[in-house]
Design a protein around this ligand. Structure first.
Ligand code: SF4
Length: 230
């Protein structure tokens, strides 16, 4: 390991230790994993056999391999999943998003986290932010330290001006998510930053700050010392 790698590893460890203390003060359980593979294993360990599991749209969950692992576990018959991504119609997809609100475990990430432990998400129809706030028995969030910023104001700005435009651009590449060609014309598709639009194709209906969990331990944050998502 080079001196630079060691310094970054130590910096991540220190940042995570401070953040874990802040999250626990907010009734939110937290742990730190250096790698995405460790985070995937830690998340799977929190899911009990027989549970029903669902998730919100998240690049992080795909990148760390957690979604694939959960689907494999379901195929082996150890859990059930509510998978909106293999729904046959948009109506069925929406119905599964509603059913996910009563899952035992809900998987997600956050768009940004402030150093004092506040969690920010921007959401399109609000299924993800709803599940984080209430419904599933537990919520497991995998969050790369690349999403940690100093203040909650910076976290909201990151979610709106960085994560949301990037997500909107990603959605245009996804045949399941994009509308008819050219139908989505939000300003961020041209500028790469947010113009606070209210276009029909806007993906920012809800901006939710989770500042604590009313139920201790319901929300579990797994911080990861690798860049995941955006
Ligand atoms: S321009 Fe609209 S869709 Fe794009 S990030 Fe801003 S509010 Fe969201």
């Amino acid at each position: 390991m080079t001196e630079t790698d060691l310094a970054l590893q130590q910096r991540n460890q220190l940042l995570a230790e401070g953040l874990i203390k802040q999250l626990r003060r907010r009734n939110i359980d937290a742990q730190y994993c250096e790698t995405a593979a460790q985070a995937r294993a830690a998340a799977l360990a929190l899911i009990a056999e027989g549970e029903t599991v669902s998730w919100g749209g998240s690049v992080t969950l795909a990148e760390c391999g957690l979604l694939a692992a959960v689907k494999e576990t379901a195929q082996a018959g150890r859990i059930q999943v509510i998978d909106r991504d293999n729904a046959a119609t948009p109506e069925e997809r929406f119905q599964r998003m509603r059913q996910a609100l009563l899952a035992d475990t809900y998987l997600t990430s956050f768009n940004a986290v402030s150093e004092d432990g506040q969690l920010v998400n921007v959401d399109s129809v609000g299924n993800r932010t709803a599940a984080i706030a209430f419904g599933p028995r537990q919520v497991i969030a995998v969050v790369g330290l690349n999403k940690v910023v100093k203040t909650v104001e910076e976290a909201v700005s990151r979610a709106r001006n960085f994560a949301a435009p990037a997500n909107q651009l990603r959605c245009q590449q996804d045949p399941q998510l994009k509308g008819a060609p050219g139908s989505v014309r939000t300003p961020c598709l041209k500028s790469g930053t947010c113009s606070d639009c209210r276009q029909p194709g806007c993906i920012c209906s809800q901006i939710v700050i989770t500042r604590m969990s009313k139920i201790a331990g319901r929300l579990q944050v797994i911080l990861v010392g690798e860049t995941l998502g955006y």
